[in-house]
Design a protein around this ligand. Structure first.
Ligand code: DUC
Ligand code: ZN
Ligand code: ZN
Length: 483
């Protein structure tokens, strides 16, 4: 009997890039994990020649929405099958979408429902954040701590949206739970009353086009809520992460907080680098509904401030905030089949598949970001922030074999089209944009799920990740460590 090769898969002569190092290595994989690194490793049942190609840890998209129950008529276009397929084809190997509590529902029921939606469909690994919309005394005292202990170690708080927003007292009580149990609190910072007042004034004046979505949520609205959220976290003395930061003035608030030594983490997203309020169109154009998301895209000065804050270490993570709605559908951007006034357009844009290629092409290949910072923002920091490191977020012996082998081709840029993407949405906001790279291979848990030509994954092969506690910011000893 011939002896089987020592590895299931060997990646040969990869230019490995982690958050800290770059080195040439083979990567030996057995049972979905990296078991050996070095040069001239033994044979694998399958081998991939990565000579001359940068190989990074698989992307972790720590903010995306898949099959999240929302108020009708809107419905998300991507479920766990199409969403994780799309993620894999763009180099992402782990997603953390949101199990959202409906008012009156227990958190456990929300989580159980979300497991049913994911089961048998995900082709890459996934965890759940919880969205808390109804923090009853029972939930605060018992249910949320129990779920944190079971691997749901982060939760999101909204300061806006009538069916989700919490008041400052409720936010303080939830931040105290995060502090006591070591979880990561994420916060959507926009001032709800300001938005309501501006929206009413715009509608009274007959200004209803999609572009007024941006007018109804100016930078100040995000700046005020960001400052208030930071103050609440300071009072409780707990780390907190501001999600989808869009604008220059919010960045200034975060920098102010960090200079004071506060443990404020933050996230930004591709839409704040590559779109502006102009993409929401003119008074008589409805096409801009495609780019309605919250916070809205801003202006060129904010785009520059976001690039600078990505490079200088202000931002912790870079996520897609993929919120998939069809454009031409009564379940999407045309509620009930019609062009609607801006407050009735579902908020969100797709971006799971384009997140990494956009940042690699326009960040790394232009010299705005080092390859190490790219890896940190898209994989290592999300893993540490959400309790997945070192199983995820790096290329090391013992880590999951989640990898991206990159094809860089500055001489032959590719044109992004919705037809080449694998989500179930009928548009991409980045249609026509030229990119200098795309993943040649995505490997998730040791399996090739994208080979540069097609999706090769299987629904159901992705595993649920019961996450450990966040490790990015040290906390008191005695807390549960990442598994
Ligand atoms: N917040 C999100 O996190 N995603 C989509 C829309 C929103 O307001
Ligand atoms: Zn949000
Ligand atoms: Zn979101």
């Amino acid at each position: 009997m011939p002896t089987p090769p020592p590895f299931d898969l060997v990646i040969r002569r990869a230019q490995v890039a982690t958050a800290s190092d770059t080195f040439l290595s083979d990567i030996g994989i057995v049972d979905g994990r990296i078991t050996q690194m070095g040069l001239a490793l033994g044979p694998g049942a399958r081998e991939i020649d990565a000579r001359g190609r940068v190989t990074t840890p698989g992307g972790i998209d720590a903010h995306c929405h898949l099959d999240q129950p929302i108020a009708p008529p809107a419905r998300m276009a991507d479920d766990f099958e199409s969403g994780t397929r799309s993620a894999a084809c763009g180099g992402t190997t782990t997603v953390i979408p949101f199990a959202a509590q409906l008012k009156g529902q227990s958190l456990r029921a929300a989580v159980d429902d979300y497991h049913r939606r994911a089961h048998g469909r995900a082709s890459i690994d996934y965890g759940f954040h919880i969205i808390v919309t109804d923090p009853t005394p029972e939930i605060v005292a018992r249910e949320l701590p129990e779920l944190i202990a079971q691997g749901y170690t982060s939760f999101k708080i909204y300061m806006t949206y009538d069916d989700m927003k919490l008041d400052d007292g409720q936010i303080l009580r939830l931040l105290a739970v995060a502090r006591e149990h070591g979880a990561m609190a994420m916060i959507h910072a926009e001032n709800s009353e300001c938005i309501a007042w501006l929206t009413e004034s715009l509608l009274d004046a007959g200004l209803t086009a999609p572009r007024y979505h941006a007018t109804s949520r100016p930078m100040l609205v995000e700046r005020e809520a960001t400052h208030r959220a930071i103050s609440l976290a300071e009072l409780v003395d707990v780390p907190m992460l501001l999600v989808h930061v869009s604008a220059r003035e919010a960045v200034e608030q975060i920098q102010w907080a960090r200079q004071r030594g506060l443990k404020i983490l933050s996230e930004t997203c591709p839409q704040y680098l590559f779109l502006t309020a102009d993409d929401l169109g003119t008074d008589d154009a409805y096409d801009g509904a495609r780019c309605v998301c919250s916070p809205p895209p801003r202006d060129a000065a904010s785009q520059q401030a976001i690039w600078t804050a990505l490079a200088d270490g202000t931002f912790t993570v870079f996520s897609s905030d993929h919120a998939p709605f069809l454009f031409d559908s009564p379940e999407g951007k045309k509620p009930n089949g019609e062009e609607a006034a801006f407050p009735y357009i579902p908020n969100g844009i797709p971006g799971l598949e384009t997140r990494l290629p956009l940042l690699y092409s326009e960040g790394v290949m232009t010299g705005r970001l080092s390859i190490h910072r790219f890896v940190e923002l898209t994989s290592t920091n999300p893993a540490k922030t959400y309790g997945l490191h070192p199983r995820k977020g790096t290329i090391a012996i013992g880590s999951d074999a989640d990898l991206v082998i990159w094809d860089e081709h500055p001489d032959a840029p590719i044109r992004v089209t919705n037809a080449m993407l694998h989500h179930a949405v009928d548009y991409t906001p980045y249609e026509g944009r030229m990119l200098d790279c795309w993943p040649a291979y995505t490997i998730a848990g040791g399996r090739v799920v994208w080979d540069g030509h097609g999706f090769l994954g299987t629904p159901g092969q992705g595993r649920f990740l019961a996450r450990g506690l966040p490790t990015l910011i040290p906390r008191k000893a005695g807390r549960r460590a990442a598994r």
